[in-house]
Design a binder for this molecule. Structure first.
Ligand SMILES: C[S@@+](CC[C@H](N)C(=O)[O-])C[C@H]1O[C@@H](n2cnc3c(N)ncnc32)[C@H](O)[C@@H]1O
Length: 355
């Protein structure tokens, strides 16, 4: 795009159609004033608080650099995120379709101050802060989950666990009406997804060691009106579940499974900002996966289901060997399930029925 404003393509509508007239106000004043007086004024061409990002070549450089250095976000993702950020800030989305350079004097009401927006995007680029922490939410399945720094951003591959649970309970009334556990619940993604499937006939206990995660999970389950179905408990893995030992119909977990030495090599968004407690699975990444398998052998009721997420094929195969040797006779119908990318991601199995 260079320095010209004569660009085309809806992807970059932001650069070509919005110029923001700066007011001599702090960002919070700008927000308040904007709301009080009904509008923030946007017009073309005037002041450019997003000058850092006006130049597509620069954005391309950021994206290329991030991609090359640590497989970080590429330019097209950054452009999309910026578009979402600005769109989300505009209160009345219907104005977007009417905006063009020709009618650039149209007034638009914003939900956040211009300085705030600028600082948010600066954090995205300069600190590599994940976009989800900037906007405070992540779209996951059909949910919009609140997230904040200190809590893992739920990943798309984990969504499949909810589908697997849905499949099993659709054919097994006993499991549908039983008690479920989501261990290491983080934002509460799995607990909320499963709670919605079970409905009022089931019950989920969601645990985490991290109090920030539990407070975010509490917000999310309230948002979806699941306070009566999901109970939050703080503690390490099975420790807060002693009172229900042997009575759990299903256990799901996406535990930390990254080998400790690999964490510093992850993309900056992850290793600098996401909680190490949510990532670090010990030397081989399998410390907690072994612990979960051991616990499931006594915590599940006979016929109960477990689904654990792993790092991939190697961890899955290693766990299968472990179940066949150290936990021989505890489980049946153990299987590996691949994620949408074809990576062998989940270990699934049932506690052996008593003979
Ligand atoms: C990979 S994150 C998964 C979060 C969430 N279930 C998801 O899929 O988005 C792992 C979670 O396990 C939690 N965790 C780590 N160590 C734990 C422990 N000893 N006991 C319980 N939870 C733990 C972390 O705080 C984190 O929320």
């Amino acid at each position: 795009m260079g320095n010209s404003h004569e660009t085309s393509g809806s992807e970059n509508w932001f650069f070509k159609s919005l110029e923001i007239r700066r007011r001599p106000l702090s960002s919070s004043e700008a927000l308040l004033t904007g709301l009080k007086h009904g509008i923030m004024e946007l017009r073309y061409p005037s002041f450019l608080p997003f000058s850092l990002l006006r130049n597509e070549a620069k954005l391309h450089t950021f994206g290329t650099t991030f991609l090359d250095s640590d497989n970080g976000p590429d330019s097209s993702l950054l452009c999309r995120e910026l578009k979402w950020l600005v769109e989300d800030t505009i209160e009345d989305h219907s104005v977007l379709s009417q905006m063009s350079i020709e009618n650039g004097k149209r007034s638009v009401r914003l939900r956040a101050g211009v300085e705030d927006l600028y600082n948010m995007w600066k954090q995205r680029i300069e600190e590599r802060k994940p976009f989800q922490y900037i906007v405070g939410c992540e779209h996951w399945r059909d949910l919009v989950l609140s997230v904040q720094e200190g809590v893992l951003i739920p990943r798309p591959e984990t969504e499949l666990i909810v589908d697997l649970v849905a499949d099993v309970v659709s054919e097994n009334e006993d499991l549908r009406e039983g008690l479920w556990a989501d261990l290491g619940t983080g934002s509460g993604a799995l607990a909320v997804g499963i709670g919605r499937i079970l409905g009022s006939r089931g019950m989920v206990i969601a645990t985490d060691l991290n109090p920030i995660a539990l407070s975010v999970a509490a917000f999310n389950l309230q948002r979806y009106g699941l306070q009566d179905i999901i109970e939050l408990r703080q503690g390490s893995w099975f420790e807060p579940l002693k009172d229900v030992e042997g009575n759990i119909a299903g256990i799901v977990s996406n535990p930390p499974y990254i080998p400790s030495d690999n964490i510093s090599g992850l993309q900056a968004e992850v290793c600098r900002h996401e909680p190490k407690l949510a990532l670090d699975g010990g030397l081989t990444g399998m410390d907690y996966l072994f612990h979960l398998c051991n616990g499931a052998a006594s915590m599940l009721k006979p016929g109960g289901l477990f689904i654990f997420e792993t790092n991939g094929e190697q961890q899955c195969k290693c766990l299968i060997k472990y179940l066949e040797s150290d936990l021989r006779g505890s489980f049946c119908n153990v299987d590996i399930v691949s994620d949408f990318a074809g990576i062998q991601r989940f270990l699934i199995g049932f506690r052996q029925q008593q003979t």
